[in-house]
Design a protein around this ligand. Structure first.
Ligand code: F0G
Length: 456
């Protein structure tokens, strides 16, 4: 058998991309107030800002879109998707939303109250923001290894059960449910083991608390379980996925990731307790319960995407892509979060730019430098995203300064990743010349999307 793991697809439609000059990129970035979120996408050569909603759909998904039933109420598309989600999750109740954060907002609005505490391995930024918006407290309890970029623990997304138990002992009355994010996006795209999900679920059960999974990247997590967890190597992805869901009571999902679609999300729940209230809120803010802010065709594309994402040759190629880029970077001495995640490689900006103090936002600065050097767009997962300016003007900082290079699904080929490796290698040689930034304008929530900066 040849050893090369190939992209398991042919390309039927292509989009041109174009390289700008270094001079143009400097002007464009300065016009964007040193915030890559504000760039026009056609000024970006390789866009690794996110793996969310940026994937290429398959011929089967496009075909399924033609079957879309655009009826306002009771569309066939809803029932087709409901069947797939019920089969995959084992949960009877399915509530479509326009994307993941809408699922979060709706679930949290009906299931939390001010002062509640919600543990997670690491809350994603929208998850944390939606909880905080409702005055609940989001607590991150990933295992200590999950915060050590060089540690090669196979399941760095695991939650620290001892600390969860301490929290439960101390604050059980304030905890409406526990959450766990698979894979742990904000902690490096690291997987959670089946064993950890099971033990977490049992612990919560002892305190009569439900478990809610954030399942944006459930299939990637399942593939990691297959590759890394003892005794799992001969199981099908579908059976691993099924077991993951079996330990929980519900989930929120951004279908823009492992749903293989450009828009969509959902809540799925095992019992009725939050369903009616969630559907009522859905009607108020998203749409009727059988479309939830999506078109019928979106629901059909998702029904197909959820099946395709569990194909093993796809997942093997998917995880190999991150591993391949990770190896190339390591060969040139670039520190990344180890081991590479499922959907992304995370650069350790503190290591890359040791001359920049945290007050100058090293990960944000590395993002800017990567664009200037080669037209590549990544995203900061550091103190602009997770830090805060407090009312007294002081600032909080995140423990890690990472730049995430996230891979759109089925979009870029190996030579694109070779280019990324080459650009980073060049940048590494000039790392000392990379300049830090200061924030000149920001919002209270999710400031990274709109922050304006100047050179420090
Ligand atoms: N949970 C996780 C773990 C996520 O990664 C995301 C989105 C969401 C929830 C929210 O979903 O975007 O559909 O509203 N992550 C994207 C990213 C934005 O780039 O990682 P959404």
């Amino acid at each position: 058998m040849p050893k090369t793991i190939i992209e398991p697809f042919r390309i039927k439609a292509v989009e041109p991309i174009r390289l700008t000059t270094a001079e143009q990129r400097r002007e464009l970035l300065e016009a964007a107030r040193l915030n890559v979120f504000k760039l026009h996408a056609d000024d970006v050569l390789i866009d690794l800002l996110t793996d969310s909603g940026t994937g290429a759909m398959s011929a089967n998904q496009w075909a399924a879109m033609m079957q879309g039933d655009e009826s306002y109420a009771g569309a066939q598309s809803f029932f087709r998707l409901e069947k797939v989600i019920q089969r995959i999750t084992g949960y009877p109740f399915f509530i479509p939303t326009h994307q993941g954060r809408a699922a979060e907002r709706i679930l949290f609005s009906v299931a939390t109250k001010p002062g509640d505490v919600i543990p997670n391995n690491t809350h994603f930024d929208t998850t944390r923001a939606n909880l905080e918006y409702g005055q609940a407290v989001a607590v991150d309890l990933v295992i200590p290894e999950g915060l050590q970029p060089q540690n090669t623990h196979p399941f760095k997304g695991n939650i620290d059960l001892e600390r969860v138990e301490d929290l439960l002992k101390r604050d059980a009355d304030r905890i409406p449910f526990g959450m766990i994010t698979i894979t742990n996006n904000s902690g490096g795209g690291q997987p959670v083991s089946l064993e950890n999900i099971r033990a977490y679920s049992e612990l919560l059960k002892r305190y009569d608390k439900p478990l809610i999974l954030d399942v944006c990247r459930f299939a990637e997590n399942a593939m990691f379980i297959k590759l890394r967890e003892p005794g799992m190597e001969n199981r099908t992805i579908e059976s691993i996925v099924h077991e993951m869901f079996s330990y929980a009571d519900g989930c929120t999902m951004s279908a823009k990731k492992d749903g293989m679609v450009n828009i969509g999300g959902f809540i799925a729940l095992r019992d009725e307790r939050w369903v009616e209230a969630a559907r009522n809120l859905l009607i108020l803010t998203e749409g009727f319960p059988t479309y939830g802010g999506l078109a019928g065709r979106d629901l059909d594309a998702l029904a197909v995407g959820l099946e395709e994402v569990m194909q093993e040759d796809y997942l093997r190629y998917r995880l190999r892509t991150a591993e391949y880029l990770g190896q190339r970077l390591q060969e040139t001495g670039i520190a990344i979060v180890q081991p590479p995640g499922g959907h992304a490689v995370y650069l350790d900006a503190k290591d890359f730019l040791p001359h920049l103090p945290k007050e100058q936002y090293p990960a944000w600065s590395l993002c800017n430098a990567l664009y200037l050097q080669g037209g590549i767009r990544g995203v900061e997962i550091g103190s602009v995203m997770f830090g805060k300016r407090l009312d007294d003007g002081t600032e909080t900082y995140h423990s890690m300064e990472l730049v995430r290079l996230a891979f759109p699904r089925r979009v870029y080929t190996q030579s694109h990743f070779d280019y990324v490796a080459e650009v980073l290698c060049e940048l590494k040689q000039n790392a000392k010349s990379v300049r830090g930034v200061r924030i000149t304008k920001q919002t209270r929530f999710l400031r990274h999307f709109t922050a304006e900066c100047d050179w420090a």
